[in-house]
Ligand binder design. Structure first.
Ligand code: SF4
Length: 444
């Protein structure tokens, strides 16, 4: 019997929006503390049964020590859901503010500096309601900013923005204060950078130099100290050769072109270094880079005194989602589906982790499950869309890992599960499988 599904994925009608956006009280957890911050976001981003499961797990595990996945047993198919996935604090905050801006400014022109978060469904919905983007994700301008007036409303996305853009818009009389959705965890990185600068360290940013958040962090960091961006271990190793003096200083300016601050002097500015991160990098890589650079300084100086011993600046959601992914990969499964925007950094890293153990498909929504056994998915290595046929193995029961990034609505995850269950002719209705899972956790 095909399973019943709980909810439509999206509402584009524009009718009854306020009713649809009635607040749900989702507790947000940060480390060991329950923050109890509640966000008022459109209910069509939620999934009734996923919200219920998350609440139940959170209520039973307030310290977030139990990373076991939640298993939904449909007889011939088992869906293994990561302990942590989906909208994070910063994303819900940004969504709430953006929709509030729409409600509070009828008749005005509304702009987002760029994509609010890296999820096309959320961005499309905002655009469908009249919000325009000033830039694409690469920072290319989509309109003439000189046409902006003080009466226009401009929203800063969760990634934050650069000081240069702030200054330019201020010059045009556009205020960014009222609807600034910069995530507090990104601002925390800026504060950490400022401290490093005050203490006389050059700031090494582990991040993707073309990512909005890293562009914003670089802009803030370079006000406090010389700054340079390294993307991964390979670049960290190349950078380390300048720290140790193995590579000639003049090559640095070519090799790291566009990724260091004005006036960067290799002879002066690599003596004392400290590392911060884009909040969504791979935790293991971040740790490895920090350890490696500390070792390079230790070998050069005979002590690591000139390496700032900072903890990583990954955000709680990145940590939770990656730890939960690693924990679920300890269980046997046949394949993994990771759902999110293809330009989402945190989602790509979840894909990377899953790929180490399972056939993994990075998809945007249920519509990527194109027919009975064919899937359209994003390859994070080639940056191409691919199609795979017969992606569902023949054996039964089939165990499928399903998880998503921090910018993916749970309603999309629900629709992917519903589609899978339909394709596989699941033997148990979804309500029954959810109830079994609930009873399991209550008894444990
Ligand atoms: S992933 Fe982290 S830094 Fe980014 S918006 Fe979410 S909580 Fe903030």
């Amino acid at each position: 019997m095909p399973p019943k599904t709980a909810q439509k994925v999206e509402n584009r009608s524009g009718v009854g929006e306020k009713t649809l956006r009635k607040a749900r009280t989702i507790p947000i957890f940060d480390g060991c503390r329950e923050r109890m911050k509640q966000f008022d976001i459109p209910t069509y981003y939620r999934s009734g049964f996923i919200t219920g499961l998350k609440r139940m797990r959170n209520a039973r595990d307030r310290m977030k020590t139990d990373l076991d996945p939640t298993v939904l047993n449909f007889g011939n198919v088992r869906i293994m859901l990561a302990r942590h996935f989906g909208f994070c604090y910063g994303v819900e905050n940004a969504i709430e503010i953006s929709y509030r801006a729409l409600d509070e400014n009828p008749g005005k022109r509304l702009f987002l500096l760029s994509q609010m978060i890296h999820n096309p469904h959320v961005n499309d919905d905002l655009q469908g309601r009249g919000i325009q983007f000033l830039m694409d994700t690469a920072g290319n301008r989509l309109m003439d900013w000189k046409t902006l007036t003080p009466d226009d409303v401009v929203i800063v996305p969760a990634f934050g923005t650069t000081l240069e853009i702030e200054a330019e818009l201020a010059h045009l009389g556009v205020s960014l204060k009222q609807y600034n959705t910069t995530c507090p965890f990104v601002e925390k990185v800026w504060k950490r950078s400022a401290r490093l600068g005050t203490d006389g360290y050059t700031i090494v940013i582990h991040g993707k130099h073309d990512h909005e958040e890293t562009r914003a962090t670089f802009s803030h960091a370079k006000e406090d100290a010389p700054a340079v961006v390294v993307r991964d271990m390979k670049e960290a190793q190349a950078f380390a050769k300048y720290v140790s003096g193995q590579s000639p200083a003049e090559d640095f300016y070519r090799e790291f072109e566009g990724r260091f601050s004005d006036g960067f002097d290799v002879a002066l500015h690599l003596q004392r270094i400290g590392v911060v991160n884009q909040t969504t990098m791979l935790a293991t890589e971040t740790q490895a880079i920090a350890d490696y650079l500390r070792e390079v300084v230790q070998q050069r100086d005979g002590s690591a005194d000139h390496f700032a011993d900072t903890r990583d600046t990954l955000c709680y959601a990145t940590n939770d989602n990656q730890r939960a992914t690693l924990a679920l990969l300890e269980h046997n499964a046949d394949l993994a589906l990771v759902i999110g925007g293809f330009n989402s950094s945190n989602t790509s890293h979840i894909v990377e982790l899953c790929e180490e153990k399972l056939p993994t498909y990075f998809i945007g929504s249920a519509s990527d499950l194109t027919d009975q056994n064919r899937i359209s998915h994003w390859n994070i290595h080639t940056h191409q869309l691919e199609e795979t046929t017969n992606f569902l193995p023949a054996q039964r029961p089939l165990t499928i890992v399903v998880t998503s990034g921090a910018s993916c609505p749970d309603s999309l995850v629900e629709s992917v599960i519903a589609r899978l269950l339909e394709m596989l002719h699941a033997e148990v209705p979804i309500e029954e499988a959810v109830e079994q899972a609930r009873q399991h956790w209550e008894a444990s």
